[in-house]
Write a protein that binds this ligand. Sequence first.
Ligand SMILES: N[C@@H](CCC(=O)N[C@@H](CS)C(=O)NCC(=O)O)C(=O)O
Length: 377
Amino acid sequence: MAGTLPYTLYGASHSLYTGKARCYLRNQGIDYVEVPTSHPDFAARILPQIGRGIIPVLETPDGVVIQDTIDIIDFFEAQGVPYPAYPTTPLQSVVAVIIEYFGSQAMLKHAMHYRWSYRDEQEAFLRHAFVSGSGEAMAEKIMGRMNSYLPRLGVNEQSVALIEQSFERLLDLLEAHFAVVPYLLGGHPSIADYGLIGPMFAHLGRDPVPLGIMQRRAPRVHRWVERMTAPGLDVVEYAGCSADFWPNDELPPTLLPVLAHISADIFPELTDKLAYLDQWVASQQPADGTPVTDKPQNRHIGMVNTQFRGAEIEVGVEPYLLFLLQRATDVVRAQSDTAASALTRQLDELGLGAAVPLGRDYRVERINNLEVWRRDV
Ligand SMILES: N[C@@H](CCC(=O)N[C@@H](CS)C(=O)NCC(=O)O)C(=O)O
């Protein structure tokens, strides 16, 4: 019977986004087996259905194939899970989406810098991971490609010291937070935790150099990484802690400095990327339903000059960021006018108002596992 068979997760141990999906499956107690992309099924059956070389991919027992961690999580959320990952109240919902963006997009800088800028110290570890995930023949090629991504993520000579300071400061702030509660919004993981665990497990909580920093500097953060990768809730040291999110749509006080840190990391880069997207759509007028890039393997529609904590960077603009963040826009739009103004005011006070891409007449949706423009909004 289909329902009793496990799900299949095509992924890799060292992959940022596979980690996000894997933690979700484990925390929710979903029966799955993980299969590497070197398995013949991946090339023969999966790749033709998703149209690009990308992981993770979930295959359901009925043979439905889903790429993208958001769609994978939403697939299970729609069926009901023990620990729903979406908060149900407005402020927590929007903040969770923004933290998911921070972890799964903005922290690619930190993740990729620590993975690829310390080749000498990490070579044996990385080579083992890539060979066991992709096979001897592919490993070298994939490692070279990943290494080449650094500049367009904003990792350059001016920014590396600031990226490292940002990582260390984040560890300190999270360390204080996890002294109080086990997860970002309280007693169980939300999409905020799933977004953040991507870089914090696969790269920063696993590759030797950043793992060492995390273990020495922030033991509670390291425990949160273990917790996120464990089955169910792994909260032994929080005796008596309720499994609920923080009450009354408030935010845990220890999360506020983390949000200030996120604001300082993501702006002005995010604002500049959104402005680039606006100009691009206005000038190119893509038809409704067209894929966001010419080739599915490409993530970016152009490059933008911006800053990371004052350092000049030139970064690729990924329409995917809108797919992610417009879920925050949808929350604001679903409120009454008064409630929406109050929510926007709260977000402005947190320095996060500009992360909600309101006021646009286009969206990014996903059809057949690819991002496409949607114009009729
Ligand atoms: N938006 C996707 C991103 C997935 C992604 O970027 N996966 C990486 C591995 S962690 C990948 O497959 N990269 C292949 C490449 O860039 O060539 C998701 O959330 O699933």
